[in-house]
Design a protein around this ligand. Structure first.
Ligand SMILES: [Cu+2]
Length: 495
Protein backbone atom coordinates (compact mmCIF):
# COMPACT_ATOMS: atom_id res chain seq x y z
CA UNK A 1 0.00 0.00 0.00
CA UNK A 2 1.22 3.41 -0.84
CA UNK A 3 1.27 5.92 1.97
CA UNK A 4 1.04 9.05 -0.07
CA UNK A 5 -1.87 7.63 -1.97
CA UNK A 6 -3.75 6.49 1.06
CA UNK A 7 -3.12 9.18 3.56
CA UNK A 8 -6.70 10.29 3.85
CA UNK A 9 -8.00 6.79 3.94
CA UNK A 10 -6.86 6.03 7.42
CA UNK A 11 -8.44 3.11 8.82
CA UNK A 12 -8.82 0.86 11.66
CA UNK A 13 -5.46 -0.69 11.09
CA UNK A 14 -5.19 -4.19 12.37
CA UNK A 15 -3.10 -4.52 15.48
CA UNK A 16 -0.84 -6.93 13.69
CA UNK A 17 -0.26 -4.47 10.91
CA UNK A 18 0.42 -1.57 13.21
CA UNK A 19 2.79 -3.63 15.26
CA UNK A 20 4.73 -4.85 12.31
CA UNK A 21 6.89 -1.82 11.78
CA UNK A 22 7.64 -1.10 15.39
CA UNK A 23 9.58 -3.92 16.96
CA UNK A 24 12.71 -4.62 14.98
CA UNK A 25 14.19 -7.70 16.53
CA UNK A 26 17.72 -6.43 16.92
CA UNK A 27 16.59 -3.68 19.27
CA UNK A 28 14.54 -5.72 21.67
CA UNK A 29 15.14 -6.51 25.34
CA UNK A 30 17.73 -3.96 26.30
CA UNK A 31 17.75 -1.35 28.99
CA UNK A 32 16.07 1.82 27.82
CA UNK A 33 18.26 4.58 26.45
CA UNK A 34 18.05 8.07 27.94
CA UNK A 35 16.67 10.69 25.63
CA UNK A 36 19.68 12.45 24.06
CA UNK A 37 19.32 16.24 24.43
CA UNK A 38 21.28 18.14 21.79
CA UNK A 39 23.57 20.74 23.38
CA UNK A 40 22.20 24.25 23.14
CA UNK A 41 24.31 27.13 21.84
CA UNK A 42 23.33 30.72 22.52
CA UNK A 43 23.41 32.77 19.34
CA UNK A 44 21.38 35.69 20.67
CA UNK A 45 24.30 37.89 21.71
CA UNK A 46 25.91 38.05 18.32
CA UNK A 47 28.68 35.61 19.16
CA UNK A 48 29.60 33.47 16.17
CA UNK A 49 28.48 29.85 16.19
CA UNK A 50 30.86 27.42 14.52
CA UNK A 51 29.17 24.49 12.84
CA UNK A 52 31.50 21.89 11.37
CA UNK A 53 29.74 19.75 8.83
CA UNK A 54 31.44 16.45 9.47
CA UNK A 55 31.18 12.71 9.32
CA UNK A 56 31.02 10.57 12.42
CA UNK A 57 29.66 7.37 13.83
CA UNK A 58 26.63 7.07 16.02
CA UNK A 59 24.97 4.37 18.09
CA UNK A 60 21.27 4.53 17.50
CA UNK A 61 21.28 1.58 19.83
CA UNK A 62 24.08 0.77 22.21
CA UNK A 63 26.70 -1.57 20.85
CA UNK A 64 26.18 -0.84 17.15
CA UNK A 65 27.91 2.07 15.48
CA UNK A 66 27.04 3.27 12.01
CA UNK A 67 28.55 6.02 9.83
CA UNK A 68 26.62 9.26 10.14
CA UNK A 69 26.83 12.99 9.47
CA UNK A 70 26.40 15.87 11.87
CA UNK A 71 27.03 19.52 12.68
CA UNK A 72 29.93 19.65 15.14
CA UNK A 73 28.81 16.29 16.48
CA UNK A 74 28.35 12.75 15.24
CA UNK A 75 24.65 12.89 14.45
CA UNK A 76 22.31 15.90 14.07
CA UNK A 77 23.52 19.27 15.37
CA UNK A 78 23.30 21.49 18.42
CA UNK A 79 20.13 23.43 19.15
CA UNK A 80 20.79 27.03 18.14
CA UNK A 81 19.02 29.49 20.40
CA UNK A 82 18.43 33.05 19.22
CA UNK A 83 16.04 35.96 19.80
CA UNK A 84 13.84 38.25 17.81
CA UNK A 85 15.71 41.51 17.01
CA UNK A 86 19.14 39.91 17.28
CA UNK A 87 21.88 39.04 14.84
CA UNK A 88 22.65 35.37 14.39
CA UNK A 89 26.17 34.71 13.11
CA UNK A 90 26.52 31.13 11.80
CA UNK A 91 29.86 29.85 10.53
CA UNK A 92 29.62 26.62 8.64
CA UNK A 93 32.72 24.72 7.58
CA UNK A 94 32.30 21.78 5.27
CA UNK A 95 34.81 19.07 6.23
CA UNK A 96 33.17 16.44 4.02
CA UNK A 97 34.39 15.36 0.60
CA UNK A 98 31.06 16.28 -0.97
CA UNK A 99 29.34 19.65 -1.29
CA UNK A 100 26.58 20.66 1.08
CA UNK A 101 23.97 23.42 1.22
CA UNK A 102 22.28 24.18 4.54
CA UNK A 103 18.86 25.79 4.71
CA UNK A 104 17.45 27.64 7.71
CA UNK A 105 13.97 26.18 7.56
CA UNK A 106 11.28 28.58 8.76
CA UNK A 107 13.57 31.63 8.98
CA UNK A 108 12.42 34.94 7.55
CA UNK A 109 15.71 35.93 5.97
CA UNK A 110 16.75 37.13 2.48
CA UNK A 111 17.43 34.58 -0.25
CA UNK A 112 21.18 35.25 -0.16
CA UNK A 113 21.39 33.76 3.35
CA UNK A 114 18.49 31.30 3.10
CA UNK A 115 20.68 28.33 2.23
CA UNK A 116 18.96 27.04 -0.87
CA UNK A 117 20.71 24.69 -3.30
CA UNK A 118 22.42 27.64 -5.06
CA UNK A 119 24.42 28.27 -1.87
CA UNK A 120 26.64 25.24 -2.04
CA UNK A 121 29.49 24.94 0.43
CA UNK A 122 32.27 23.10 -1.37
CA UNK A 123 34.48 20.58 0.47
CA UNK A 124 36.90 22.48 2.71
CA UNK A 125 35.05 25.75 2.27
CA UNK A 126 33.24 28.01 4.74
CA UNK A 127 29.89 29.75 4.61
CA UNK A 128 29.09 32.48 7.07
CA UNK A 129 25.54 33.74 6.75
CA UNK A 130 24.70 36.68 8.99
CA UNK A 131 21.05 36.37 9.90
CA UNK A 132 18.95 39.25 11.20
CA UNK A 133 16.25 37.59 13.25
CA UNK A 134 13.11 39.69 12.92
CA UNK A 135 10.39 37.10 13.35
CA UNK A 136 8.54 36.09 16.53
CA UNK A 137 9.32 33.13 18.78
CA UNK A 138 9.25 29.81 16.93
CA UNK A 139 10.84 26.39 16.65
CA UNK A 140 12.66 26.25 13.32
CA UNK A 141 15.38 23.96 12.06
CA UNK A 142 18.40 23.76 9.79
CA UNK A 143 19.10 20.91 7.43
CA UNK A 144 20.82 19.88 4.25
CA UNK A 145 19.33 21.35 1.08
CA UNK A 146 21.95 20.11 -1.33
CA UNK A 147 20.79 19.76 -4.91
CA UNK A 148 19.76 16.15 -5.48
CA UNK A 149 21.21 15.02 -2.13
CA UNK A 150 18.93 16.60 0.46
CA UNK A 151 17.31 13.26 1.27
CA UNK A 152 20.51 11.32 1.81
CA UNK A 153 22.40 14.01 3.74
CA UNK A 154 19.47 14.81 6.02
CA UNK A 155 18.86 11.12 6.60
CA UNK A 156 22.47 10.57 7.64
CA UNK A 157 22.22 13.36 10.18
CA UNK A 158 22.49 16.88 8.75
CA UNK A 159 19.67 18.48 10.74
CA UNK A 160 19.32 20.49 13.95
CA UNK A 161 16.87 22.80 15.70
CA UNK A 162 16.79 26.60 15.86
CA UNK A 163 14.75 28.06 18.71
CA UNK A 164 13.77 31.72 18.49
CA UNK A 165 12.65 33.49 21.67
CA UNK A 166 10.81 36.77 22.01
CA UNK A 167 9.19 38.98 24.64
CA UNK A 168 5.72 37.56 24.09
CA UNK A 169 6.88 34.00 24.71
CA UNK A 170 8.98 35.15 27.68
CA UNK A 171 5.95 36.78 29.29
CA UNK A 172 3.86 33.59 29.24
CA UNK A 173 4.00 31.00 32.07
CA UNK A 174 5.06 28.23 29.69
CA UNK A 175 7.69 25.59 30.50
CA UNK A 176 11.03 26.99 29.32
CA UNK A 177 13.83 25.04 30.98
CA UNK A 178 15.63 23.45 28.07
CA UNK A 179 16.21 19.76 28.57
CA UNK A 180 14.18 19.73 31.81
CA UNK A 181 10.58 20.71 31.06
CA UNK A 182 11.13 22.09 27.55
CA UNK A 183 12.34 19.21 25.44
CA UNK A 184 13.54 19.22 21.83
CA UNK A 185 12.07 16.15 20.13
CA UNK A 186 13.30 15.30 16.63
CA UNK A 187 11.20 12.42 15.30
CA UNK A 188 12.70 10.42 12.45
CA UNK A 189 12.36 6.95 10.99
CA UNK A 190 15.33 4.99 9.84
CA UNK A 191 16.09 1.65 8.22
CA UNK A 192 18.99 -0.47 9.45
CA UNK A 193 20.62 -3.50 7.92
CA UNK A 194 21.24 -6.69 9.86
CA UNK A 195 24.43 -5.25 11.34
CA UNK A 196 22.56 -2.17 12.52
CA UNK A 197 24.00 0.20 9.91
CA UNK A 198 21.89 2.92 8.34
CA UNK A 199 20.47 2.05 4.93
CA UNK A 200 19.49 4.67 2.35
CA UNK A 201 19.13 4.71 -1.40
CA UNK A 202 17.35 7.37 -3.39
CA UNK A 203 17.22 5.02 -6.37
CA UNK A 204 15.49 2.36 -4.31
CA UNK A 205 12.96 4.72 -2.75
CA UNK A 206 9.50 4.10 -4.13
CA UNK A 207 7.00 6.77 -5.10
CA UNK A 208 6.21 7.50 -1.44
CA UNK A 209 9.82 8.35 -0.65
CA UNK A 210 12.17 6.60 1.77
CA UNK A 211 10.15 5.12 4.63
CA UNK A 212 12.18 3.85 7.57
CA UNK A 213 10.87 1.05 9.76
CA UNK A 214 12.35 2.17 13.10
CA UNK A 215 11.52 5.42 14.90
CA UNK A 216 14.42 7.32 16.39
CA UNK A 217 13.96 10.28 18.76
CA UNK A 218 16.96 12.63 18.83
CA UNK A 219 18.84 9.66 17.36
CA UNK A 220 17.79 7.08 19.98
CA UNK A 221 15.42 4.14 19.72
CA UNK A 222 12.57 4.24 22.28
CA UNK A 223 14.37 6.51 24.77
CA UNK A 224 13.15 7.53 28.22
CA UNK A 225 13.25 11.01 29.76
CA UNK A 226 12.67 12.01 33.38
CA UNK A 227 10.52 15.11 33.68
CA UNK A 228 9.03 17.17 36.54
CA UNK A 229 5.53 16.49 37.86
CA UNK A 230 4.04 19.48 36.09
CA UNK A 231 3.65 21.04 32.66
CA UNK A 232 6.12 19.75 30.09
CA UNK A 233 6.61 21.31 26.69
CA UNK A 234 7.66 19.16 23.77
CA UNK A 235 9.06 20.91 20.69
CA UNK A 236 8.24 18.25 18.14
CA UNK A 237 9.87 18.22 14.72
CA UNK A 238 8.83 15.67 12.14
CA UNK A 239 12.35 15.26 10.81
CA UNK A 240 11.47 12.25 8.66
CA UNK A 241 12.36 12.12 5.00
CA UNK A 242 8.91 10.98 3.94
CA UNK A 243 6.68 9.67 6.72
CA UNK A 244 3.53 11.32 7.99
CA UNK A 245 3.01 10.50 11.66
CA UNK A 246 -0.03 10.41 13.87
CA UNK A 247 1.15 11.72 17.23
CA UNK A 248 -0.80 10.62 20.29
CA UNK A 249 -0.22 9.15 23.75
CA UNK A 250 -0.58 5.54 24.84
CA UNK A 251 -3.13 6.51 27.52
CA UNK A 252 -5.03 8.65 25.01
CA UNK A 253 -4.51 11.69 27.24
CA UNK A 254 -5.37 15.21 26.22
CA UNK A 255 -2.49 17.54 25.44
CA UNK A 256 -2.42 21.15 24.26
CA UNK A 257 -0.87 22.33 21.05
CA UNK A 258 0.57 25.81 21.62
CA UNK A 259 2.63 26.48 18.51
CA UNK A 260 2.82 25.54 14.84
CA UNK A 261 5.74 25.93 12.41
CA UNK A 262 6.05 29.70 12.62
CA UNK A 263 5.24 30.36 16.27
CA UNK A 264 2.64 30.46 19.01
CA UNK A 265 -1.03 29.92 18.25
CA UNK A 266 -3.60 32.46 19.43
CA UNK A 267 -4.69 30.05 22.15
CA UNK A 268 -3.81 26.51 23.26
CA UNK A 269 -5.80 23.86 21.40
CA UNK A 270 -6.70 20.65 23.28
CA UNK A 271 -6.09 17.51 21.26
CA UNK A 272 -5.74 13.78 21.77
CA UNK A 273 -4.00 13.20 18.44
CA UNK A 274 -2.52 15.19 15.59
CA UNK A 275 -0.96 14.55 12.23
CA UNK A 276 2.54 15.71 11.50
CA UNK A 277 3.89 15.81 7.96
CA UNK A 278 7.60 15.80 7.11
CA UNK A 279 9.23 19.10 8.08
CA UNK A 280 6.42 20.25 10.38
CA UNK A 281 6.94 21.49 13.93
CA UNK A 282 4.36 21.40 16.70
CA UNK A 283 4.93 22.58 20.24
CA UNK A 284 2.69 20.79 22.71
CA UNK A 285 2.29 20.94 26.49
CA UNK A 286 1.38 17.87 28.49
CA UNK A 287 0.51 17.83 32.14
CA UNK A 288 2.51 15.30 34.17
CA UNK A 289 1.07 16.43 37.52
CA UNK A 290 -0.66 13.09 38.09
CA UNK A 291 2.72 11.38 38.15
CA UNK A 292 1.75 8.83 35.51
CA UNK A 293 4.17 7.77 32.81
CA UNK A 294 3.37 9.18 29.35
CA UNK A 295 4.16 7.13 26.26
CA UNK A 296 4.43 9.18 23.08
CA UNK A 297 3.21 7.22 20.06
CA UNK A 298 4.26 8.15 16.55
CA UNK A 299 2.02 5.96 14.41
CA UNK A 300 2.75 5.50 10.73
CA UNK A 301 -0.17 7.17 9.04
CA UNK A 302 0.20 4.97 5.97
CA UNK A 303 -0.41 1.87 8.06
CA UNK A 304 -3.99 2.76 8.84
CA UNK A 305 -6.40 0.87 6.64
CA UNK A 306 -9.52 2.15 5.02
CA UNK A 307 -12.47 2.84 7.24
CA UNK A 308 -15.20 5.41 7.00
CA UNK A 309 -14.68 6.76 10.47
CA UNK A 310 -11.44 8.50 9.61
CA UNK A 311 -8.39 8.60 11.80
CA UNK A 312 -10.20 9.54 14.99
CA UNK A 313 -12.54 6.58 14.61
CA UNK A 314 -9.71 4.24 13.85
CA UNK A 315 -7.71 5.53 16.81
CA UNK A 316 -10.64 5.05 19.17
CA UNK A 317 -10.90 1.50 17.86
CA UNK A 318 -7.23 1.11 18.51
CA UNK A 319 -7.45 2.49 22.05
CA UNK A 320 -10.52 0.38 22.68
CA UNK A 321 -8.39 -2.72 22.42
CA UNK A 322 -6.00 -3.98 25.03
CA UNK A 323 -2.85 -1.97 25.57
CA UNK A 324 -0.94 -4.83 24.01
CA UNK A 325 -2.53 -3.86 20.70
CA UNK A 326 -0.74 -0.54 20.77
CA UNK A 327 2.74 -0.20 19.35
CA UNK A 328 5.38 0.58 22.00
CA UNK A 329 6.01 4.26 22.70
CA UNK A 330 8.63 6.07 20.64
CA UNK A 331 9.45 8.10 23.75
CA UNK A 332 8.54 7.49 27.38
CA UNK A 333 8.28 10.34 29.87
CA UNK A 334 8.53 9.36 33.53
CA UNK A 335 8.07 11.69 36.46
CA UNK A 336 10.92 12.58 38.76
CA UNK A 337 9.46 14.32 41.82
CA UNK A 338 12.86 15.75 42.69
CA UNK A 339 12.65 18.12 39.73
CA UNK A 340 10.98 21.51 40.28
CA UNK A 341 7.65 21.49 38.49
CA UNK A 342 5.88 24.19 36.50
CA UNK A 343 2.30 23.91 37.73
CA UNK A 344 1.04 27.25 36.40
CA UNK A 345 -2.20 26.94 34.45
CA UNK A 346 -1.78 27.22 30.69
CA UNK A 347 -2.41 30.78 29.53
CA UNK A 348 -5.73 31.26 27.77
CA UNK A 349 -4.19 33.54 25.14
CA UNK A 350 -0.81 33.07 23.55
CA UNK A 351 0.05 35.38 20.67
CA UNK A 352 -1.86 37.80 18.48
CA UNK A 353 -2.13 36.73 14.85
CA UNK A 354 -3.21 39.40 12.39
CA UNK A 355 -4.76 37.94 9.26
CA UNK A 356 -4.95 40.01 6.06
CA UNK A 357 -8.25 41.54 4.99
CA UNK A 358 -9.65 39.97 1.80
CA UNK A 359 -9.06 43.18 -0.17
CA UNK A 360 -5.35 43.06 0.76
CA UNK A 361 -4.84 39.85 -1.20
CA UNK A 362 -3.72 41.09 -4.59
CA UNK A 363 -3.25 37.97 -6.64
CA UNK A 364 -3.69 34.21 -6.77
CA UNK A 365 -1.21 31.61 -7.95
CA UNK A 366 -1.90 27.92 -8.50
CA UNK A 367 0.59 25.11 -7.99
CA UNK A 368 0.00 21.53 -9.13
CA UNK A 369 2.39 18.92 -7.77
CA UNK A 370 2.83 16.16 -10.33
CA UNK A 371 3.94 12.56 -9.94
CA UNK A 372 3.13 11.24 -13.40
CA UNK A 373 6.11 9.59 -14.96
CA UNK A 374 5.17 10.77 -18.42
CA UNK A 375 5.28 7.50 -20.30
CA UNK A 376 2.00 6.29 -18.89
CA UNK A 377 3.84 3.28 -17.62
CA UNK A 378 4.20 2.66 -13.92
CA UNK A 379 7.89 2.09 -13.40
CA UNK A 380 7.42 1.68 -9.69
CA UNK A 381 8.54 5.18 -8.97
CA UNK A 382 12.26 4.71 -9.34
CA UNK A 383 14.67 7.46 -10.19
CA UNK A 384 13.31 7.98 -13.65
CA UNK A 385 9.97 9.15 -12.34
CA UNK A 386 9.32 12.81 -13.04
CA UNK A 387 8.35 14.84 -10.03
CA UNK A 388 7.14 18.26 -11.04
CA UNK A 389 5.37 21.44 -10.00
CA UNK A 390 3.16 23.00 -12.67
CA UNK A 391 4.58 20.51 -15.14
CA UNK A 392 8.23 21.44 -14.63
CA UNK A 393 10.91 19.60 -12.70
CA UNK A 394 13.36 21.71 -10.71
CA UNK A 395 15.88 23.44 -12.97
CA UNK A 396 18.59 25.56 -11.32
CA UNK A 397 18.58 27.77 -14.42
CA UNK A 398 14.88 28.61 -14.34
CA UNK A 399 13.08 31.12 -12.13
CA UNK A 400 9.56 29.74 -11.95
CA UNK A 401 7.79 32.65 -10.22
CA UNK A 402 8.53 36.35 -9.68
CA UNK A 403 6.86 37.82 -6.66
CA UNK A 404 6.38 41.35 -5.41
CA UNK A 405 7.73 42.07 -1.98
CA UNK A 406 5.42 43.05 0.86
CA UNK A 407 2.04 42.20 -0.65
CA UNK A 408 -0.34 39.39 0.21
CA UNK A 409 -1.05 36.62 -2.26
CA UNK A 410 -3.28 33.58 -2.19
CA UNK A 411 -1.60 30.35 -3.25
CA UNK A 412 -3.74 27.36 -4.15
CA UNK A 413 -1.88 24.06 -4.15
CA UNK A 414 -2.90 20.50 -4.90
CA UNK A 415 -1.42 17.33 -6.36
CA UNK A 416 -2.29 14.90 -9.10
CA UNK A 417 -1.50 11.95 -6.83
CA UNK A 418 -1.44 11.56 -3.09
CA UNK A 419 -0.51 13.75 -0.15
CA UNK A 420 2.51 16.06 -0.07
CA UNK A 421 3.84 18.55 2.49
CA UNK A 422 4.34 21.78 0.51
CA UNK A 423 7.00 24.06 1.98
CA UNK A 424 7.78 27.67 1.10
CA UNK A 425 11.05 29.42 1.97
CA UNK A 426 11.48 32.92 3.33
CA UNK A 427 8.16 33.34 5.09
CA UNK A 428 5.48 32.04 7.37
CA UNK A 429 2.01 31.81 5.86
CA UNK A 430 -1.55 31.25 7.05
CA UNK A 431 -3.63 28.30 5.93
CA UNK A 432 -7.16 29.14 4.84
CA UNK A 433 -8.20 25.75 3.50
CA UNK A 434 -6.54 22.37 3.73
CA UNK A 435 -7.54 19.76 1.18
CA UNK A 436 -10.71 21.72 0.51
CA UNK A 437 -11.75 22.13 4.12
CA UNK A 438 -11.52 25.17 6.38
CA UNK A 439 -8.37 25.04 8.47
CA UNK A 440 -8.94 23.65 11.97
CA UNK A 441 -7.98 25.77 15.02
CA UNK A 442 -4.66 23.99 15.54
CA UNK A 443 -3.74 24.75 11.90
CA UNK A 444 -4.63 28.44 12.10
CA UNK A 445 -1.24 29.63 13.30
CA UNK A 446 1.83 30.63 11.32
CA UNK A 447 3.01 27.82 9.07
CA UNK A 448 5.64 27.11 6.45
CA UNK A 449 4.31 23.70 5.44
CA UNK A 450 0.81 22.84 4.27
CA UNK A 451 -0.42 19.38 3.39
CA UNK A 452 -1.90 19.12 -0.07
CA UNK A 453 -3.56 16.18 -1.79
CA UNK A 454 -5.38 15.17 -4.96
CA UNK A 455 -8.92 15.66 -3.62
CA UNK A 456 -9.15 19.42 -3.49
CA UNK A 457 -7.11 22.60 -3.18
CA UNK A 458 -5.22 23.68 -0.11
CA UNK A 459 -5.12 27.48 0.11
CA UNK A 460 -2.68 29.70 1.91
CA UNK A 461 -2.24 33.45 2.19
CA UNK A 462 1.38 34.49 2.06
CA UNK A 463 3.49 37.63 2.02
CA UNK A 464 7.24 37.94 1.52
CA UNK A 465 9.02 40.74 3.34
CA UNK A 466 12.59 39.99 2.33
CA UNK A 467 14.31 40.03 -1.08
CA UNK A 468 15.39 37.01 -3.05
CA UNK A 469 17.38 37.66 -6.21
CA UNK A 470 17.82 35.61 -9.38
CA UNK A 471 21.20 34.56 -8.11
CA UNK A 472 19.83 33.52 -4.72
CA UNK A 473 16.15 32.79 -5.16
CA UNK A 474 13.84 31.15 -2.66
CA UNK A 475 12.43 27.67 -3.15
CA UNK A 476 9.01 26.12 -2.82
CA UNK A 477 8.93 22.36 -2.80
CA UNK A 478 7.54 19.10 -1.52
CA UNK A 479 9.12 18.20 1.83
CA UNK A 480 9.08 14.49 1.06
CA UNK A 481 12.81 14.72 0.45
CA UNK A 482 12.90 12.06 -2.26
CA UNK A 483 10.22 14.01 -4.16
CA UNK A 484 12.26 17.18 -3.75
CA UNK A 485 15.43 15.45 -4.91
CA UNK A 486 13.56 14.14 -7.97
CA UNK A 487 12.44 17.59 -8.99
CA UNK A 488 9.26 18.53 -7.10
CA UNK A 489 10.62 22.00 -6.44
CA UNK A 490 10.61 25.45 -7.98
CA UNK A 491 12.50 28.75 -7.60
CA UNK A 492 11.13 32.24 -7.10
CA UNK A 493 12.41 35.76 -6.67
CA UNK A 494 11.03 38.48 -4.41
CA UNK A 495 11.69 42.10 -5.36
CU1 LIG B 1 5.71 15.08 -2.60
Amino acid sequence: MSSALSRRQFLAGSAAMLGAGYVPGIWSKTTPTRLPIPPVVDGSRGRPIDLRIRSGTWSFKRGVRTPTLGFSQDYLGPTIRTRQHSELDLRYRNTLTESVAVHGHGLHVPGEVDGGPQLTIEPGADWQPGLSIVQPAATCWYHSHTHGKTGEQTYRGLAGLIIIDDEVADSLPLPRRYGVDDLPIVIQDRTFDEQGRLVYSLLDADEDGWLGDTIVINGAVAPVANVPAGKVRLRLLNGANARFYIVTFADNRTFHKIASDGGLLEAPVPLTMMEMSPGERCEIVIDMADGKTAGLLTLFEDEFDDDEEGVLGSLSNLFGRSEAALPPPSLTLTVDNALAANTAPLPERLAAIVRPQPQEIVRTRDFMLGMDNGDGDDDGGHGAMDMTINGAAMDMNVINERIERGVWERWRIRSDQGAHPFHVHGCSFLIERMEGETALPDQRGWKDIVVVDDDDWSEIVVRFDHPATEQYPYMYHCHILEHEDRGMMGQFTVS
